[in-house]
Design a protein around this ligand. Structure first.
Ligand SMILES: [Zn+2]
Length: 372
């Protein structure tokens, strides 16, 4: 593994690229912000909103895909209060046990900004079957939910005739990944690798999974997609997760303070709605040798909130340590024993990146704290 000289992100992150100086594409995108004429970009956003504002009379003129988190708070504020649009909000609930903060935050968006939210609560029977399959085979336990997070808002935007569909940041561009391109259009988001790589036909082979049950996971056809104008806010305004968090707090957003101190995270404000969902992001650790702690440490270094060596300490302390509460909630929902769970996890440790130490623990062969 090679690590970015600036932020510490390893080159095992899917799709990330390093330049000759050993700097990752996420850091290069961040540097590039200085050269952008943000006033001009803001005008472009105003123009885009103008095009759609009031298009359906007193009905909605844009849609926002929300989770209820800090970024959702910011997006709703931007579209409704700053751009004076009339947004309808679409969210996908994952059916997992919610944290107190999670319950509060989705309610807070509705109460603070006065918006209707249409939530999809997916069919649990199908969810559990798919969860076990995609976890065991691909190490992607929340594939069904992640897929719906992409497809549901698009399907709904078509139904409500709200072409302008608002997303937060272009993850691949901001943090490094596939589909590394700077554009306002979120049309290609479905192909960014999170939920694009399992063939529906394969899932239909699973006993009890029908085409009807998977209908909502279908991406819109090319023709339908052409009717939509999905956009990333991060193209128009310099996106900053920490700033969004501070803003959201000022509007009533709750983090996990006094509720839960997550062992494998270094912050308490991102992806805090349910414990079960976090297994998905942690599974990057055995597969690629880094997970949420590295993601945020690198981001904080870019934002100037941490020094690289401070980030390395945090990564060392947290990244490998999947929180026991995540495991507990996950195995309860999916129906595994703990030993079955660990056996499956064991399969996903990338043998090129990891080896077992004399205690039987998986350890990185080239961790960032031993880099030369
Ligand atoms: Zn970097």
């Amino acid at each position: 593994m090679k690590y970015c000289k600036k932020c510490g992100m390893p080159n095992t992150r899917p799709g990330i690229k390093f330049n000759e100086g050993g700097i990752c594409s996420a850091c290069q995108s961040f540097e590039h912000r200085k050269e952008i004429d943000w006033k001009q970009r803001y005008k472009e956003l105003e123009k885009l909103c103008e095009k759609y504002r009031g298009m359906n009379g007193t009905s909605y003129d844009c849609a926002i895909a929300v989770s209820g988190g800090k970024d959702s708070h910011y997006q709703v504020y931007l579209m409704k209060e700053v751009m004076k649009m009339n947004p309808i909000l679409f969210s996908v609930e994952d059916n997992f046990k919610m944290t107190e903060a999670g319950k509060h935050n989705i309610k807070n968006i509705s109460e603070e900004f006065g918006c209707n939210i249409i939530s999809l609560k997916p069919d649990i029977k199908t969810q559990k079957k798919l969860m076990r399959y995609t976890f065991e085979k691909y190490g992607k336990p929340t594939w069904f939910i992640d897929r719906l997070i992409y497809t549901f808002p698009m399907q709904m935007a078509l139904k409500f005739n709200t072409p302008l569909l608002v997303y937060g940041e272009n993850v691949s561009y901001e943090y490094g990944g596939l589909d590394y391109k700077e554009t306002y259009s979120a049309r290609n988001q479905i192909n960014n690798g999170v939920a694009s790589d399992i063939d529906i036909n394969e899932l239909l082979q699973i006993e009890g999974i029908t085409e009807q049950a998977l209908d909502m996971t279908k991406a819109p056809s090319k023709e339908e997609l052409n009717k939509l104008d999905p956009m990333y806010v991060s193209y128009f305004l310099p996106w900053n997760s920490y700033k969004n968090y501070q803003f959201a707090k000022s509007r009533g957003f709750h983090d996990l303070t006094h509720e839960w101190n997550r062992t494998h995270h270094i912050e308490n404000f991102d992806q805090i709605d349910t414990r079960t969902y976090l297994l998905h992001s942690w599974l990057k650790y055995p597969k690629f040798g880094h997970a949420s702690a590295t993601d945020y440490a690198a981001r904080f270094v870019r934002y100037g909130l941490l020094k690289r060596d401070e980030a390395i300490q945090l990564i060392k302390e947290h990244d490998s340590k999947l929180d026991p509460k995540c495991i507990q909630d996950f195995i309860e929902f999916a129906g595994y024993s703990e030993s079955e769970f660990w056996k499956i996890i064991d399969n996903f440790y990338n043998r090129e990146l990891f080896e077992k130490n004399s205690y039987g623990e998986w350890v990185l062969k080239n961790p960032i704290w031993n880099e030369k």
